[in-house]
Ligand binder design. Sequence first.
Ligand code: FMN
Length: 368
Amino acid sequence: MNISRRKMIAIIGGGTIVAAGVAGGGFLATRTPDKALAPWAAAGGYTDPRKRALSYALLAPNPHNLQPWLVKLEGENAFSLHHDTSRRIPHTDPMDRQITIGFGCFLEQMRIAATLDGLTADIALYPDGSNNAIARVVLKPGATGDPLAGAIMYRRSCKQPFEDTLVKPAQADALSEYAQIITDKAKVSELRDLTWAAWKVEWDTTRTRMESVDLMRFGKGEINANPDGIALGGPFLEGLMLAGLLTREAQADLESTSNKEGMKTYRKMLYATPAYAVLTSKGNRREDQIEAGYRWLRLNLATTQAGLALHPVSQALQEYPEVADHFAQVHAMPAAPGETVQMLGRLGYGPQTALTPRWPLEAKLRSG
Ligand SMILES: Cc1cc2nc3c(=O)[nH]c(=O)nc-3n(C[C@H](O)[C@H](O)[C@H](O)COP(=O)(O)O)c2cc1C
């Protein structure tokens, strides 16, 4: 069977096609994991303003969709945010740098959502001076609505090939408020090669590949039971699963047909990129990483409003030995003058992709 290349991107690339795919009758027509997507519909539907803001925050982008957040509501108008340390990706993110950026995205989306209720979020980072609490947040009256709020429900990490169309200079200029936007042909070409080479190292290295494979959720049942990680669903992919072509074993095996086909497709996607966003920070303390998350989230909402697609490609930024050369190369770019590259993303015009699963807010709240 010739597996569609477009669909294979999602299989191997850590993407999610939970609601897309061919229309199928019977069994295959009922494969949308509604339970796992319910938090998108529930966003904003709480009477406590903290819960309202948090119900949007949990829709934020975060590495491998691990959703490592735990929230303790405190008093009438405060809460603290903690890391559920059972949720880490130690092989590809040994320093928790990417996980911390994800917390920045969460906090910024919470802050933006709170403005819809006229509330300002006072955020104290690492209030105990340790990793015990990532932030303590107090919501107070006095904000006006943040214009980026309108993009929250439409924002995606778009893991698809982009159109062969240059990013309009005026749009690139507007986005440079958040990150450096690279449209120069030669530099774009270098970054295509680098992102592919680094991705290949991650996939060829057994322990880093298995970190992704172990986080794959195969089909509606697994996605609804564990609405996180790399969700492989929808009628097309479930059809492949029924045919025995898409399995965890095949994903683990570099020699399997689906793996080989998927790698070709992923390469094609990475090369279908007309521009990049490079987000750097002067320091690399936890606070700098959180701040990078604030900026990435704002960039992702701004690209959404501008009709552009954004897709993080983090493999060259990772801190494990096999990828050290790629890390050095990305940091030698003129776009990263002596700074830490916190995020690198493909930028262009792409399709609106399906929603990714989320745990409901109730699963992330702790008392006391
Ligand atoms: C710090 C960070 C690093 C990420 N790195 C990658 C990556 O290398 N490749 C990728 O496909 N997605 C990456 N993502 C995107 C996540 O996979 C995505 O946010 C998550 O699956 C939820 O999907 P959504 O953003 O469409 O809601 C990254 C996100 C963050 C915040």
